[in-house]
Design a protein around this ligand. Structure first.
Ligand code: FE
Ligand code: CA
Length: 557
């Protein structure tokens, strides 16, 4: 384990024993909350109070989470769910929505044992959002950790840890981020999440497929999804998030580490694109499903209500975050606004499929977009602004799907190559515009981080994706999956000679990426777990790649 020097202020000491401290904080509830406000306890009727208030279980069963650090705050999450899964759909989490919003208490402390309370107050668990809490804090000190917890009646949540970001331009020597994607509960245990948390990075980037809406065939799942039912409505999606969040490895990750998060397809439906479903649902009907998927996502994630609270089927997730003078992280949304998959059509071409230039010229239409016009403009404006300022050393882009070109030779050479319509290869115009903007602005040290494909990749991104002789513009690292099985290793490896931009590929292991950023370099460690079916799986490092400041391209170390 390495100790972060960044994102920690004068109170950095306790970081050394952060986990132990969190455990202590969760166990010792002697201070703060339990002293004054709960009079029932003082009158010797604690049992009655507990019964009266939460007779049906622990309302904080799904834990706590922090996300989206700013220089003076963050967003804190929890949800009241005494009966977290399998309840009456009319009573999500065992709560009656007709009971209305519920006021709960929060405390923010400078120390993990809550001796030095910086702030306390009330937060609202909103009935319309399954009694979830999204508390946006401001006015805190920059670049330091805080500890927080919630209370309601006689119940106190586990303690969590949040951080504020350094002020823009503040010299920062080091930032450690972990990158995760694709955690299918049915496919294995969340050992990768456990090891990721043990590394204690400053920040977690989640790049999509946090849940899987689908179900495996009966008997095929290591841990079956709730009721064996496909999640397709609000109740189904809520049940799915609750089931995942009851996993202690994932719940601890959220309590200890702040997260930036974007989505991919499985939060709603496999391979959907904008309003276009894999199953050819009428767009209006599919958007109702998307609205349900987005709402359940929102109800379970530490995202800012001021930006990300869904409006029907729309939810603004893309955003940029800065960490002193060292890094800016732009999180993109590659699903919600994308054009229909190229050559979409019944009976069998709803989701991603392989097409050649001859079979599907539509793919090459440069006006098609994976981000949508509004997000593309926002992205390109942000790149121009960051390049003009020139003060941020590393510019990271977290997004859902493989950005580098990957062409699959066809059995008959005259058929050329096939491309997947579901990745950036399906939207080459968007990719060309992005590369052009990075190249034209000479943005410092751009690095793309991607998920979705359940395998590790280190790629060169060229100005012209199809021409490795064109200028090198950026690097791409793709993490593997937390549990989801990877694509065919032998097949893809056989196609690597046709793809010189791919410097490394391996789909055989599950895990995550640990990325260490300093002023001189960015190093991506490809971490792997020994066995996804073993709840006690061990951790290894498959490979590490480094990018040196000011030098395009990645090197194996
Ligand atoms: Fe996935
Ligand atoms: Ca995906």
């Amino acid at each position: 384990m390495t100790m972060p020097r960044c994102l920690s202020g004068p109170h950095a000491g306790p970081l050394l024993t952060r986990r132990a401290a969190l455990r202590l904080a969760g166990a010792s509830l002697a201070s703060g909350f339990l002293a004054a406000p709960y009079v029932a306890r003082a009158t010797g009727t604690a049992a009655t109070a507990r019964q009266t208030h939460w007779r049906n279980g622990n309302p904080f069963s799904l834990g706590v989470a922090a996300g989206e650090p700013s220089v003076d705050g963050f967003v804190l999450w929890t949800r009241l769910a005494p009966e977290p899964i399998g309840t009456d759909p009319q009573k999500p989490g065992g709560m009656d929505p007709h009971a209305g919003d519920i006021e709960i208490a929060y405390e923010i402390a400078a120390d993990p044992d809550f001796r030095d309370i910086h702030r306390s107050g009330k937060a609202i668990a909103e009935a319309a959002y399954a009694h979830s809490v999204h508390l946006e804090l401001a006015g805190l000190a920059a670049n330091r950790p805080y500890w927080y917890r919630f209370a309601s009646g006689d119940a106190v949540s586990r303690a969590g840890r949040a951080v504020t970001a350094p002020l823009p331009g503040t010299p920062l020597d080091r930032l450690k981020i972990a990158v995760a994607s694709c955690s299918n509960y049915e496919r294995g245990y969340f050992s990768a999440y456990r090891h990721l948390t043990d590394e204690q990075p400053d920040l977690v980037l989640f790049l999509g497929d946090y849940i899987y809406e689908k179900v495996l065939a009966p008997g095929k799942a290591l841990r079956p999804h709730s009721h064996g039912a496909v999640a397709a409505d609000l109740h189904g999606y809520r049940d799915r998030y609750a089931q995942y969040r009851l996993d202690e490895d994932l719940q601890r990750l959220h309590a200890e580490l702040p997260m930036l998060i974007t989505l991919d397809d499985h939060e709603v439906q496999n391979d959907y694109a904008g309003e276009w479903s894999e199953t050819f649902d009428p767009p209006a009907r599919f958007l109702e499903r998307r609205a349900a998927g987005f709402q359940a996502f929102y109800e379970h994630m530490p995202v800012r209500p001021s930006r990300a609270r869904p409006q029907g089927p729309d939810m603004r997730i893309y955003e940029r975050f800065s960490f002193g003078d060292l890094a800016e992280i732009t999180m993109l949304d590659g699903r919600q606004y994308r054009d229909r998959e190229a050559c979409y059509g019944p009976p069998d071409r709803g989701g991603g499929h392989l097409v050649t230039d001859a079979s599907c010229p539509e793919r090459l239409d440069l006006s098609r977009s994976i981000l949508g016009a509004t997000q593309e403009r926002w992205l390109h404006d942000g790149i121009a602004a960051a390049a003009r300022q020139g003060t941020t050393r590393w510019n990271l882009f977290g997004q859902d799907v493989l950005m580098a070109q990957f062409r699959q030779p066809q059995p008959a050479p005259e058929h050329g190559f096939a491309f997947s319509t579901d990745r950036w290869d399906g939207y080459p115009g968007s990719r060309a515009r992005f590369m052009q903007q990075l190249h034209a602005t000479a943005l410092r040290n751009p690095v793309v981080l991607s998920g979705d494909i359940h395998s590790f990749w280190a790629n060169d991104l060229h100005l012209d994706a199809g021409n490795p002789a064109s200028p090198l513009v950026a690097s791409e690292f793709v993490g593997t999956s937390i549990t989801s099985p990877g694509p065919d290793y032998r097949a893809l490896t056989a196609w690597l000679p046709a793809n010189p931009q791919v410097k490394f590929f391996d789909s055989r292991k599950r895990g995550y990426m640990a990325i260490e950023i300093t002023r001189d370099s960015l190093t991506a460690h490809f971490r792997t777990i020994s066995d996804v079916t073993d709840p006690k799986a061990s951790l290894s490092t498959l490979r590490s790649f480094v990018i040196e400041n000011g030098r395009l391209g990645t090197m194996s170390v």
